[in-house]
Design a protein around this ligand. Structure first.
Ligand code: ADP
Ligand code: MG
Length: 263
């Protein structure tokens, strides 16, 4: 019997030596992160450690001062010197962004549009797809996140947890290569948090590539493959979730996890 070779790990997101300062403060001091296809990477660290900034560098909502960002092997072109460094190819970044599903703490739904129209917007406007086809997919996404019955409602008529699930459905509807979550449950009451976490877990189990910033260590451990702890602008520790949470090496990380468990 010949052994089947393990499937090669395909990098979907590659951040290499990212530096980013705001004014005098260097928030990221050379951070490198790779997320492979099907992998869930949990990004943890104290408030202000640069987690959101790092996530925002992936889609160039923040432009790194130096370092490179590759999505599915393609390097995002940048030009100029900091603090005026900027994207040099607008068409490229539009195309790359259309493959990145981003879910923020705040739900960012259009209040004047129904839930279904929110979900259908990007595929129709950005991806120029057929309305009828998109409608079917959008309905499937809403059912998948458990709010198929809210398609015609407006965001204000939904609970926070339902709005966040609508935002997830919207991000999924562009069929992204990777989903980026920035503290998706931190604006929610605990009882509404559960339903959102369940959806994210479902996506992880489906093998979606995800980078997840979260303050919920238990969830990070249950849903993540790898965890990365940011501290003072650098990666202080990284490894499999079992290593990072179960066999913590860094004293700083131990302190952080200890504080998180008593929060
Ligand atoms: P985290 O998400 O880990 O809480 P952030 O990435 O939001 O951390 O912020 C890291 C640091 O960078 C903080 O000190 C924050 O105040 C600062 N910062 C973030 N964005 C900006 C910005 N646009 N302008 C100035 N300072 C910023
Ligand atoms: Mg943040």
């Amino acid at each position: 019997m010949t052994e089947t070779a393990p499937r090669p790990a395909i990098p979907v997101v590659e951040l290499d030596q990212i530096h980013k300062s705001f004014g005098e403060v260097e928030v990221l001091k050379g951070v490198s992160v790779t997320a492979h296809e099907g992998e869930v990477v949990a990004l943890i660290g104290s408030s202000g450690s640069g987690k959101s900034t790092l996530l925002r560098c992936i889609n160039m909502l923040e432009v790194p001062d130096s370092g490179t960002v590759k999505i599915a092997g393609e390097t995002i072109s940048l030009t100029g010197a900091p603090p005026h460094r900027r994207v040099s190819d607008e068409a490229q970044i539009r195309r790359i962004r259309s493959g990145l599903g981003m879910v923020f703490q705040q739900f960012n739904l259009w209040s004047h549009m129904s839930v279904l129209d929110n979900v259908m917007e990007a595929p129709i406007l950005v991806q120029k797809r057929e309305k009828a086809e998109v409608r079917g997919e959008a309905m499937d996404m809403l059912k998948k996140v458990g709010i198929g019955d809210k398609a015609d409602a407006y965001p204000a008529q939904l609970s926070g947890g339902q709005q966040q699930r609508a935002a997830i459905a919207r991000a999924l509807c562009i069929n992204p290569r990777v989903m980026l979550f920035d503290e998706p449950t931190s604006a929610l009451d605990p009882e509404l948090e559960v339903e959102v976490l369940r959806v994210i877990k479902l996506l992880a189990d489906e093998g979606r590539t995800m980078i997840l910033v979260t303050h919920d260590m238990e969830f990070a451990r249950s849903v993540g493959d790898r965890a990365i702890f940011l501290h003072a602008g650098k990666i202080e520790e990284e490894g499999s979730v079992d290593e990072v949470f179960g066999a913590t090496k860094s004293a700083r990380l131990r302190q952080f996890l200890n504080a998180a468990s008593h929060a």
